[in-house]
Structure formats: structure tokens, C-alpha cells
Design a binder for this molecule. Sequence first.
Ligand code: NCD
Length: 302
Amino acid sequence: MQNLINILDLSCEEISELITVADDIIDNPENYYEKCAHKKLATLFYEPSTRTRLSFEAAMLELGGSVLGFSEASSSSVSKGESVGDTVKTVSAYADIIAMRHPKEGAPLVASQRADIPIINAGDGGHNHPTQTLTDLLTIHREKGTFENLTIGLCGDLKFGRTVHSLIAAMSRYSGIKFILISPEELKIPSFVKEDYFGYTPYEETTSLDEALPNLDILYMTRVQKERFFNEEDYLRLKDSYILTPGKLENAKSDLSIMHPLPRVNEISVDIDDDPRAAYFRQAKYGKYIRMALIMKLLNIH
Ligand code: NCD
């Protein structure tokens, strides 16, 4: 049985296979309508979500399967004091696969040790978010046609932004990648990412988006993660650190791809949404297709 807890649980070959399947689903959706008939996905979300939960549910429904679950801890027995382990042990009897989001780092890993069915980490605290990374990889592949020789700017909250951590882990395995890490001093990339995920990939750290922009093939913007701050004052001071406006894009490459895992607060002006370089709503759409491919893989359905 395979789980997806960390993006590095998948080899580069497995990621390529998932992307091939997702591309085929986009081109030939009717071939997949019955693939998961009579299978059930449980979405156990202990933290808010729009895209991740709904794209997982849409993915399973589009595969002909069914979905069950909860979208906030307060509506489950967690509010009575049940452990994650007991919850997933129970849900293992009702579903075939679980997607779990939890505010505590490592909770999906703990769950995978108790569950009898595959567990997918749909975001654990400020740690990792491997299915967002699969979405990001499908987006990069469709926008750029390659995973190699790209300069990738990661901008915003690199400390608490779990999507950034998993994306670094995934992209560090390809050749010719360079990261430019753009953040305020207080929100720099954590040492666990540097130690565990960077490998030999070169990176630069800067506080200036303006200086970095002209060199980038991909700009990955992120929201300052309000819910992970210990005090409101720090959040208020840092929340407007970077705001991408049409004026700032004047010096950017004409084939730049602007990505964002969403939700956006104000870090990308809505005036950019119609720029062909704005890839973030295409990215959100791709999330469903790659999750369809992932569900099939973990359920051993071909
Ligand atoms: C991200 C997350 O939950 O980490 N959202 C998502 O899944 N698309 C990013 C965020 O919340 O800022």
C-alpha cells in the first residue's frame, strides 16, 4: 500500500507517469468516467480549504467514485477528544482512500501508521503540501514543457508556506534549476528545507522582488500565512511585503509564468489576472486532473 505524505515519496519517474495520465485525462476525459466506480474517498479536513478539498472531491466524482468526510474538526469526533489515529482507523472501514489536512506537522504521517487504506497528505501545518506540488508540477510542465533549466522565484512567506517547501523538494531533483528566494528576513526559508530538500541546487536569498523579477522563468507568489503567526502585530507588519502589480511586470520576461497556490489576499493585483503570463487560475484547474491521476495510482487502477 502506498501513501503520499511527502512529495519525495514519489520518484521523478512516477511523477512523469502521473503527468502523462493527467494530460490524457484532460484530452480524453470520457475514458476515465468509470475508473473508480464503487470506490470512496474520505476527505478529513481539520483546517480550512477550498481548492484542495473540492478538487479532491471533484476528482473522485469525475472518476465515478463517491466522497464522504468532514470539512472542519468541530463537526467530527475530534471535538470529543478522539485521536487522529482512532479516526483514520475507523474511516478505514468506510472508505478506500483518505485525503487529510491537519494543522499539526506530521499528523498525516501518524495517520498513515494507523490506517488500513492509503493516506494522502493534503497539507500538514507549515510543513508540506505534496498534492499542491503535483498541481504545480503539472502546471510547470504544461506552461514550460520541461522541468529543466528554469530560474524559479519563490516570493512571500517562505517560512510558513508549506507549498513552497514541497515545491523546492520536488524541483531540486531536476537539472539546471536555480531558486531565487524572495522574502522578508523574518519569513526566510526554514533550515529543515535547506538541509533536507535543497540537495545541490543553487539558490539565492533576497528581499527584493524588483531585482529578482527580470531573471525569472517562473514567479511563485505566496500569501503571508496569517494563521501560523504567534502574534497579530507581526502579521500586520509583514502582510503587505510584496504586491505584484502590472507596473512591476514591465521588466519581467515575456514568457514568465506567474503561479500562486491560492488563496490570494492582496499579493497579486487583480489587474494581472488577464495577463497571459498569469497562470494561477489554470493552475487551480489542473489540480483536479493531477489528483484524479494520483487517486488512480494509489488505488492501483489503470
Ligand atoms: C495553500 C495551502 O493550503 O497551503 N492553499 C492550497 O492548498 N491551494 C496555500 C495557502 O493557504 O496559502
